[in-house]
Write a protein that binds this ligand. Structure first.
Ligand code: HEM
Length: 480
């Protein structure tokens, strides 16, 4: 399935050195024109695809939103193929300081005044300390993953079924957000959010807190709002005070309930308050924010496979669970189709589609057909959906191919980048890969296992939201 040019040889090759094509336009006006093209005139995918065609290159210069008046320098070098994209993972060549959201950083007021882990470069000592803390917390929670998830997922499906019988359809997003919040909060603190002062307000508070930080990167997407009004959200930073009291409640709930985890952080030399703001960010932004996008997207792609895919998944899942007698880590490993569809959803729709970094020195980046020099200090931007739908690596890249990663297809996993590294890499305290990479894959597999143990098939209506996909479940057919 892989063409020879997709092997991404790391060593210096004979590719011709080419000037990076593309231009930034006039100061101030160029970034605004690009912003309009990106959000309104062309849309994200076409914005990049038309430029790739125009310049006959997958490495190009462009401005990235938000631009004026939020980011002072919107100029980037965009890497838009599977091969050049990987420069973003090389911490010896690129710096990841304050660049999580791109060419601007929200006020640190959103994080209690601290630069939390995701905004730290690997060269900063705090990064090593915090990432080690997260990795050891995840490793020691390992045994809780499956039982906690099964409880949360079972509540999710009961609630969806109730909504369908009351209202004929069920809002998957709201129910999934509640499930994700409960699971993550319980994992981090050991208690149910409903047993704290937060009660059921957690998902709403976190969603507002996320929206205030991320507004400059999206559109409200409202049908009758003219573009120039919608564009205002790209010109001013939204203030923290709107969510200040909600954030404080969230922080206090974590501070009070996660005492033993915070003790661990202090033992390893991390300030208790800093550790707690980091845990709020990990639970709210990294975990809840990621799941908010991933789970509806997973259901969308599984729904698109229709009854025939559902039958195959149900057959595989029920056979393995019957043979193994229970749902265990090893049982989940014996489900090649279930594993493959999860990777395929992560490939075709990476939940975090943008990655940024800054060149630490003058570097040479290779696409499939040329080499390009990027100067020290230039910002590199990767639009991941094009990298993981690179036609030089994946056959029929725009198609959801359920068994793409089965058998020999597993070799393609090295080109799946959703976790900010190759799927074949492992997160460490010295890289920027998502520390919950395996947990996220586990959550997705378990969601499908629970779904197809309960139901033979289901139907859904799919729409779009500012942050991902909207799903309404319209029917479940109970397992026969
Ligand atoms: C569906 C869920 C998730 C997705 C899609 C996701 C994706 C990502 C991505 C793309 C990054 C790298 C961001 C960048 O530097 O550009 C990242 C980093 C991170 N993620 Fe996840 N993540 C998810 C869930 C989680 C969970 C459940 C946790 C913790 C329990 C977590 C903790 C983190 C942390 C702490 C970082 C920063 C790593 C570092 O600075 O080295 N994530 N995640």
């Amino acid at each position: 399935m892989i063409s020879s040019s997709s092997d991404h040889p790391e060593s210096c090759s004979d590719l011709p050195l080419r000037e990076i094509p593309g231009d930034y336009g006039w100061p101030f006006f160029g970034p605004i024109k690009d912003r309009y093209d990106y959000f309104y005139n062309q849309g994200k995918d076409d914005f990049f695809k038309t430029r790739i065609q125009k310049y006959n290159s997958t490495v190009i210069r462009t401005n990235m939103p938000p631009g004026p008046f939020i980011s002072s320098n919107p100029r980037v070098v965009a890497v838009l193929d599977s091969k050049s994209f990987t420069v973003l993972f090389d911490n010896t060549k690129v710096e990841k300081k304050n660049i999580l959201d791109g060419t601007y950083m929200p006020s640190t007021a959103f994080f209690g005044g601290y630069r939390v882990c995701a905004f730290l470069d690997t060269a900063e000592s705090n990064h090593h300390a915090l990432k080690s803390f997260f990795l050891s917390f995840l490793a020691s929670s390992h045994k809780k993953f499956i039982p906690y998830l099964r409880t949360s997922l079972s509540e999710l499906f009961v609630s969806l079924e109730n909504d369908i019988s009351d209202k004929k359809s069920a809002d998957f997003n709201d129910n999934s957000d509640n499930m994700a919040f409960d699971f993550v909060f319980r994992l981090v603190t050991g208690v149910n959010p409903s047993d704290t002062k937060l009660q059921s307000k957690g998902p709403g508070t976190v969603s507002t807190w996320l929206a205030l930080q991320l507004a400059p990167l999206g559109t409200a997407g409202l049908k009758y709002v003219p573009n120039f009004i919608d564009d205002i959200i790209h010109t001013v930073r939204l203030p923290f005070f709107v969510i200040k009291s909600g954030y404080k409640k969230l922080y206090n709930a974590v501070y009070d309930s996660a005492a033993s985890l915070l003790d661990e952080a202090e033992k390893s030399g991390i300030n208790r308050e800093e550790a707690c703001h980091n845990l709020v960010f990990l639970a709210g932004f990294n975990a809840f924010g990621g799941m908010k996008v991933l789970f509806p997207s997973l259901i969308k792609w599984i729904a698109s496979g229709g009854e025939s895919l559902h039958n195959r998944l149900a057959e595989e899942i029920r056979t393995v669970v019957k043979e193994e007698g229970d749902i265990t880590f090893s049982a989940l490993e014996k489900m090649p189709l279930t594993k493959s569809v999860v990777y395929e959803a992560l490939r075709i729709d990476p939940p975090v589609p943008f990655q940024y970094a800054k060149a630490k020195e003058d570097i040479v980046v290779e696409s499939h057909d040329a080499a390009f020099q990027i100067k020290k200090g230039e910002v590199i931007f990767g639009y991941q959906p094009l990298a993981t739908k690179d036609p030089k690596v994946f056959i029929n890249p725009e198609e959801f191919v359920a068994d793409r990663f089965v058998g020999e297809g597993e070799k393609l996993l090295q080109y799946v980048y959703w976790s900010n590294a190759r799927e074949t890499d492992a997160p460490t305290a010295d890289n920027k890969q998502c520390p919950a990479k395996d947990l996220v894959v586990l959550c997705s597999r378990l969601m499908l296992v629970e779904l197809f143990l309960r139901y033979d098939t289901f139907t859904a209506e799919v729409g779009t939201l500012a942050l991902g996909t909207s799903i309404k479940i319209t029917s479940f057919t109970k397992a026969t």
